[in-house]
Design a protein around this ligand. Structure first.
Ligand code: PGA
Length: 262
């Protein structure tokens, strides 16, 4: 498959960094990373940092993503932030991250409403799907991935599917999990194929070839190349290793090197 798709390198900072620390990180990163047509670097800070970073960021160099939002556009939802309130700060939004699913009990309904809300507000959703350790042990990896993909995209029409990015993140591989272990390239390749086949059945072959599929789970500067070389994997969603500027920059450089070789 010759790929016109971009490579996405996404920093999911999770609940780390004050706005001041986030700003300092961005400043240092800006001095080290050149903008590139083929590589899209995206930072996902806490909601509180989105506005200040959006004023500081050079959008040709980096984009911002929300880590979370509520799917209604306004109303009596104490403590929530709507995507309509932050849409001018971000280009992307992470939806369905396993920490949201399993710590905050987000349901499939919440997730498909969020995917739709992001699209409605002109923001690209990055839909995270992936099996738990138990599902994997029980031989339910394929059915878990398939069900999450189906549910997450329930509200997405053929017209809008090209506005969605999929991230395959096996829950057992995410560094915050006890006994996390990195996924094997063969497993990721298989999941990627399954996702494209399902997209092809619902939305057609061309869409399945155009959609971007990322991998996330314990990626670091040493392992990034191995994941980026998996055919059909278009980038990385990075948690822990993105908190350290040196390792995040090194992953970006690795991605550039791999793109240049193609
Ligand atoms: P990790 O997190 O790189 O720390 O495993 C990835 C993620 O949760 O998206």
């Amino acid at each position: 498959m010759t790929s016109p798709r971009k490579t996405y390198i996404i920093a999911n900072w999770k609940m780390n960094f004050t706005p001041g620390q986030a700003s300092l990180y961005l400043q240092r990163l800006s001095n080290r990373v050149q903008a590139s047509r083929d590589i899209q670097v995206i930072l996902a800070p806490s909601t509180i940092s989105l506005q200040p970073l959006s004023l500081q960021i050079n959008r040709r160099q980096f984009k911002l993503a929300a880590q979370n939002f509520y799917w209604r556009d306004f109303g009596a939802f104490t403590g929530e932030t709507a995507i309509s309130q932050i849409r001018s700060f971000v280009d992307y939004a992470i939806v369905g991250h396993s920490e949201r699913r399993y710590i905050f009990n987000e349901s499939e309904k919440d997730i498909c409403e969020k995917v739709a809300a992001a699209i409605r507000n002109g923001v690209t959703p990055i839909l995270c799907i992936g099996e738990t350790a138990l599902e994997r042990k029980n031989g339910e990896t394929k059915s878990a991935i398939s069900a999450q993909l189906h549910e997450g995209l329930l509200n997405v029409s053929a017209e809008d599917i090209d506005k969605v990015i999929i991230a395959y993140e096996p829950v057992w591989a995410i560094s915050s999990n006890k006994n996390a272990k990195p996924a094997k390239p063969a497993d990721i390749a298989e999941a990627q194929e399954l996702i494209r086949k399902q997209i092809s059945r619902v939305y057609g072959k061309e869409t399945s070839e155009n959609i971007s599929i990322l991998y996330g789970g314990s990626v670091n500067a040493d392992t990034a190349a191995g994941y980026l070389e998996i055919p059909g994997i278009d980038g990385l969603l990075i948690g822990n290793a993105s908190l350290v500027g040196d390792s995040f920059c090194s992953i970006i450089e690795t991605a550039k090197g791999i793109r240049n070789e193609r």
